[in-house]
Unconditional design. Structure first.
Lengths: 340, 246
């Protein structure tokens, strides 16, 4: 909610944010002329990671439903897209859109888990992710089983993925901001705080959660489809892997759950760290993430966003209360018992 | 015709009938007090009428439209709003945002803007100067006002108030009682209130219904009800009626 009362523009519209996003997208869009192929590809993966982290944050941050099963949507979207990509006459964006739509529909089928809240929801999503991994490993006709599916290799398409991923990121970042500022965002935060009280205030809690899960899953599915094209290979144990589910959580938590900026920062740090660690210390890197997670949860629940806010405060800046960066939404949800 | 009517409402939890065949008719524009000893089923009755719980049997009608069996947010849309005995503000939102969430429904009903409606209701309950604060910074009386404002902002025909006065100091209690009366007098909202503070019940209620062990044991004007031997027995034990009103 913005401070001005009689603004002619709707409360969720912020010219500065729109302009900032537009400048960032334009700069990133022309950047590849100055990039080597390695960095070009790394940025493509980073865009996909950010999109996924932002979409996860709609559930984990805005709604307070921490999902440990987003690999199910990533994987399902990835395999549906891969199946379509095998027909080379169909343009690839159709395949990715099909992956996104399929993942969204898949999540609608999983709606009963949304009648659970808090730790119960999280545990159910672990089950969803692992069950998907096992079922799709067995469905050899669809996924190629444990040996996976190879897609036609197209270096040209791989290079162009940069702009597709950037486009997806721009869309998801804009959506994150709009949801956060809209009345829908307010309803989601109310559900996060106390789902029964939200229903008593007239919020259709079940429908709102279903819609947000479907949107979040669709974006995860789209990133799955794009990364299937990127690697030209899909395999169930990779796409549906539990560490992939964990990576969604890690990115958001490292950056700061609930804000728009946090998951962006978290995903950038996550991808960079992974790239460096996997190359240098392949045995250590999961352990290091674990340690990082513990430190963040113990000392700075708002992640890097919280650290940045502290630094800003030290230099005399005060966060405007309406800035998504430091807003109340970033406060981690508390159990209902404590909220009373 | 009564605006709100409960018909043979029953709610069983296993072998326990928390509400056991209650009939209730609330007239438009009245304040109906609901009293009874602890565990009499008052809050469960509210939960049934607000859609928080589905009745085991029986029905609830609002303006002749059946609302029992609907989920809570649909009952709110139909025009019944409740407050909670133990306040449940959204702690991650400001006071104004708390009320705005509810005003999304109320504004759709009245054709006004949610934010404008929320500001009006926040001012009505006397929290205009605290609108930008978080509920956690308010006193209990303040949080009860938030609870009241949130229910009011949904634009209800009937407001179910669960102990909005209990637990406050006498001065605050008086102010909140005045607010309840204003809700009826100025906004035309019908009020059903559970209350343990007898002075408030007696002063505010047009009629009082008494519950005990899930049944309605008496109903009538406040003066009639306190003289009813069944009511005296429910509160003070059997045989007490003869001693109180020989």
């Amino acid at each position: 909610m913005t401070g001005g009362r009689r603004r002619p523009l709707p409360a969720w519209f912020s010219g500065r944010v729109a302009a900032g996003l537009a400048v960032a997208v334009v700069v990133l869009a022309v950047l590849p002329v100055a990039l080597d192929p390695y960095t070009h590809n790394l940025l493509t993966l980073t865009f996909l990671a950010i999109s996924g982290a932002l979409a996860w944050n709609w559930m984990g941050g805005y709604l307070g439903q921490v999902s440990f099963g987003h690999a199910a949507f990533f994987g399902f979207g990835g395999f549906v897209a891969a199946r379509v990509l095998l027909h080379e006459s169909i343009p690839p964006w159709v395949a990715w859109a099909a992956g996104a739509a399929a993942a969204g529909l898949f999540s609608v089928g999983a709606y009963p888990i949304l009648r659970l809240r808090g730790p119960y929801f999280s545990i159910a999503t672990i089950g969803l992710g692992e069950a998907s991994r096992i079922v799709f490993t067995y469905l050899e006709g669809f996924t190629g089983g444990a040996s996976g599916l190879s897609l036609p290799i197209d270096p040209d398409l791989k290079a162009r993925l940069y702009w597709w991923a950037l486009g997806l990121l721009a869309l998801v970042a804009a959506a994150s901001h709009l949801i956060r500022r809209s009345t829908l965002g307010l309803e989601l935060l109310a559900i996060k705080s106390d789902v029964e009280a939200a229903a008593d205030a007239g919020v259709p809690t079940a429908l709102r959660q279903d819609v947000v899960l479907a949107l979040s899953a669709a974006v995860a599915g789209a990133t799955g489809g794009l990364s299937a094209s990127f690697f030209a290979f899909v395999e169930p144990n990779d796409l549906f892997g539990f560490d992939r589910s964990i990576s969604f959580v890690l990115m958001a938590v490292i950056g700061g759950v609930g804000s728009v900026f946090g998951p962006v920062l978290g995903a950038v740090v996550f991808v960079a760290l992974r790239q460096w660690l996997v190359a240098s210390y392949p045995q250590l890197y999961l352990g290091l993430y674990g340690g990082l997670l513990i430190l963040i949860i113990l000392f700075e629940p708002l992640g890097l966003t919280g650290v940045a806010l502290r630094v800003a405060r030290r230099f005399g800046y005060r966060a405007r209360p309406d800035l998504a960066l430091g807003s109340s939404a970033a406060r981690p949800g508390r159990p209902a018992s404590e909220a009373r | 015709m009564p605006v709100l009517r409960a018909e043979r409402l029953v709610k069983r939890f296993g072998g326990l009938a928390a509400v056991d065949g209650v009939d209730l008719a609330v007239e438009e524009g009245e304040i109906l007090g609901v009293i009874g000893p602890n565990g009499a089923g008052k809050t469960t009755l509210f939960a049934l009428m607000a859609g928080s719980l589905a009745p085991t049997s029986g029905r609830v009608w609002l303006d002749g439209r059946q609302v029992s069996g609907l989920s809570a947010h649909r009952v709110v849309a139909a025009g019944i709003a409740r407050t909670h005995q133990i306040v449940r503000p959204f702690r991650n939102l400001t006071v104004l945002e708390n009320v705005t969430v509810a005003a999304l429904r109320g504004a759709a009903r009245s054709g006004s803007h949610p934010r404008a409606l929320a500001e009006e209701v926040v001012a009505f309950v006397g929290l205009a100067d605290r609108a930008a604060d978080h509920p956690g910074t308010l006193t209990l009386a303040g949080r009860k006002r938030v609870e009241l404002a949130r229910a009011l902002a949904t634009g209800p025909r009937v407001l179910l108030l669960d102990e909005v006065i209990a637990g406050l100091n006498p001065a605050e209690a008086q102010r909140l009682a005045g607010l309840v009366r204003e809700i009826r007098d100025q906004r035309g909202v019908t009020v059903v209130m559970i209350e343990h503070v007898m002075a408030a019940v007696m002063a505010l209620s047009d009629r009082v219904a008494v519950l005990d062990y899930g049944r309605k044991i008496a109903e009538g004007s406040p003066a009639e009800v306190v003289r009813d031997p069944h009511v005296v027995e429910a509160y003070l034990g059997s045989g007490a009626a003869a001693e109180v009103h020989p």
